[in-house]
Design a protein around this ligand. Structure first.
Ligand SMILES: Nc1ncnc2c1ncn2[C@@H]1O[C@H](COP(=O)(O)OP(=O)(O)OP(=O)(O)O)[C@@H](O)[C@H]1O
Length: 345
């Protein structure tokens, strides 16, 4: 399959609402890497759906470009626009299956529209039902499927015409956590088994936690944060870090004097099996330092374990131990030096 990078450049879009212009997108720039799952998150009204609809070429931005391998799709018209749209499979927001068609019938719809013959169509529908784990529901009508099963059929339908990008708008809203997982597994499989690039719009950070490689946080029509999830969590000031990692009791300032007489107090983010499992005890042993965990905990982002701890180090070589961990890719925020109980800037 062709691998494409989607590059969104300075996108703006306004709507008229009660006679006033509402700016849904206000200079949005981001990249979606080929073969990745990218989450677009943000509060209600942030512009997530508008961005998704612009990328799916269902909505025309007022200005800006959406480049796929260098070609600006915003400028396309007619046949070229229709061809570009076919590269993007869309799972619309809400319940989108046709009630009077079976699960297989729904998946077959885009294939019928593309004029694909009966036997070929049947083979493709069977492959897609297998991909989403619903082969046994082929002849079942949407009303007899659970919410999660209906969403998985909607994903299969969006993949039918072999798009290179799959765009899902709130695919898990209104689903309980275990059903959410079954839908996310299917999105992940679309990426890993078909090589499809997945863009998922969601207000639910659990979606980002489970499947996203990259994330863009929108707020008020602007990009507040954008990058790899594992990079953003390592930045203690990022919204992504705050939402995805265990809290280390932010209310308490990082002050050595407030932490039981430790020589050094710091917040530390560790990414990956090796770091999470071994770095702290090894630093303690190697430098003869007593290392106490004062807060925080362990979590998992996709398959990667990530820990965020507040640690207190006691011993002459505490600073050396901390530096040694930093050299081994631990992300550390030190406590400011404390003078008479007042933390220096
Ligand atoms: N077709 C439209 N007509 C008028 N205003 C619109 C239209 N579509 C979006 N808007 C407005 O643009 C802003 C962004 O909306 P959008 O639906 O993109 O946000 P969102 O982040 O997807 O929100 P939600 O999570 O609630 O779906 C909102 O103020 C919304 O009311």
């Amino acid at each position: 399959m062709e691998q494409i990078v989607i590059s969104v450049e300075n996108l703006t879009k306004s709507f008229q609402h009660n006679g006033a212009a509402v700016r849904a997108l206000d200079g949005v720039s981001m990249e979606v890497n080929p073969g990745s799952v990218c989450g677009v998150v943000g509060p209600s009204g942030a512009g997530k759906s508008t961005l998704a609809r612009c990328i799916a070429l269902l909505e025309k931005p007022d200005s800006g470009a959406i480049r796929v391998d260098g070609t600006d799709l915003v400028a396309l018209e007619g046949r070229a626009l229709r061809a570009a749209r076919q590269q993007i499979g869309v799972v619309p927001q809400g319940d989108s299956l046709l009630r009077q068609r079976t699960a297989a019938g729904n998946v077959a719809l885009p294939l019928e529209a593309a004029g694909i013959s009966g036997p070929q169509r049947r083979t493709r529908v069977a492959e897609l039902l297998d991909l989403v784990g619903l082969t046994d529901k082929a002849s079942v009508y949407p009303d007899q499927l659970s919410g999660g099963q209906r969403q998985r059929i909607a994903v299969a339908r969006a993949l039918a015409a072999k798009p290179s990008v799959l765009l899902a708008d709130e695919p898990t809203s209104a689903l309980d956590p275990s059903t959410t997982d079954s839908v996310l597994t299917v999105l992940d499989r679309a990426r890993s088994e078909l090589g499809v690039t997945v863009l998922v719009v969601t207000h639910d950070m659990a979606v980002v936690r489970k499947v996203a490689d990259d994330v863009a946080v929108l707020d008020g029509g602007r990009v507040a944060e954008h990058g790899k999830v594992l990079d953003l969590v390592a930045d203690p000031g990022s919204q992504v870090s705050t939402s995805l990692l265990p809290a280390t009791d932010q209310a308490e300032p990082l002050r050595p004097s407030a932490s039981g007489g430790h020589d050094v107090v710091a917040e530390i983010v560790l990414v990956g099996f090796a770091a999470v499992g071994a770095l702290l005890p090894e630093a303690g042993n190697r430098f003869g330092v007593d290392l106490a965990i004062l807060g925080g905990g362990l979590t998992r982002l996709g398959d990667t374990p990530v820990a965020k701890f507040r640690i207190g180090l006691t011993g002459e070589r505490s600073e050396a131990a901390l530096n040694w961990m930093i050299e081994r890719d631990a992300h550390v925020r030190r406590a400011p030096v404390c003078v008479d109980g007042v933390a220096a800037a």
